[in-house]
Design a protein around this ligand. Sequence first.
Ligand SMILES: [Zn+2]
Ligand SMILES: [Zn+2]
Length: 127
Amino acid sequence: MTILEFLKLKKKCTHPKVRPDVDLAYCPDCGVLIKNQWYLVRCSCCGVKLKAVIKNDGIVSESHFCHNCGCRDFVVEKINKISFIDISYAVLLKTVVKSISNRFTQSWVDNDFRTSNYRPLLLQRTL
Ligand SMILES: [Zn+2]
Ligand SMILES: [Zn+2]
């Protein structure tokens, strides 16, 4: 198997057997450590929760405008603990944790996330 084929195989796994209710788990299919991260989309005007979807490797609101105030801008919010109420709005990203030494990079991404709504695009690409 060439490296390219190996990468392709790795990319294909969407880790379906990793349960969404755990923070960290090894995928039984491909063996990588998966970190579950939930994201919510809110209207940037009135703050109402909008249904989040993953589109073109990014997190966007399902409807392109707020059903409450009609605003077209939204913000992506990372949730630390998913609640029963939020689960119908939120999207789950299964990000690959590469190694312990990678933790530094991971926390840098987390910190940077607060200043940029588009950071989840990068997180998604690590899948
Ligand atoms: Zn997997
Ligand atoms: Zn709104």
